[in-house]
Design a protein around this ligand. Sequence first.
Ligand code: NAD
Length: 275
Amino acid sequence: ATVPTITLNDGATIPQLGFGVWQVPAEDAEKVVAEALKVGYRHLDNAAVYGNEEGVGRAIAASGVPREELFITTKVWVNDFKAGNTKQALRTSLEKLGVDYVDLYLIHWPSPADEAYLDAWKAMEEMQAEGLIRSIGVSNFLPEHLDRVVEAGTVVPAINQVEIHPALQQREIQEANERHGIKTQAWSPLAQGAVFEDEPVKAAAEAHGVSPAQVVIRWHLQRGRILFPKSVTPERIASNFDVFGFELSEEELSAIDGLERDGRTGPNPGEFNPS
Ligand code: NAD
């Protein structure tokens, strides 16, 4: 399958469909990511705080896939950037992943109480200039946090990665991203399974002879978002990637748009202030 790519505001391109590894146990990461690479995924969404970068790195090394064919993302967690350790955190991630650069580095969470994320941003701009990162971006940023980074920084974030699925669509955040030329990545794109019984999802799955997960993945793709569903089950890893042989109609897409219900699965960035 040829995965469509999206061009970012810095000229880089990213495969629209990737593979996420949150909650993949460290001891399984190598096997699970090897499976994903075998199936054809080339975009991997990681984070230091997921605790499994070493396993991911082993899978990358063993796969033989040329580095330039991969799009590797990782993220700096709040404790590191609050302590002024953004650069050290990236070096540690590069070492664990076994790569010389990442394609995308994200501030994982804004932790807005003290605006330390602005210092992290400056460090990331410098590391981008040094060639250690191709694109820099943010995650879980509300419109006001985006405004602060754009105002204070020199580089506009390429990406804002936020929770988006049929039950939580974050239209205001998506609009703020667009205003700044920032592309939206959807985390927990399947709502961790919570929307598979919803009528429009089931109906489209039956109509196209596919699974509810495949319908939801198609909905994101056709709405222009970047996503990276997670699974540790080989059949699901494969079927979540096998989504280029059918297309949802505009009616099917709008019916899924109608499932919005503040069905948040994770913490609300407006309330959660991690350290
Ligand atoms: P997801 O919506 O991708 O759901 C994954 C779960 O859905 C699986 O554990 C499984 O239970 C189920 N599932 C997957 N494929 C299925 C299939 N084909 N059939 C039936 N059930 C299936 O949720 P996620 O893992 O939370 O999110 C995906 C990725 O997003 C993460 O791995 C991570 O990379 C990223 N993420 C980022 C943040 C952030 O703060 N930036 C937060 C959460 C997740």
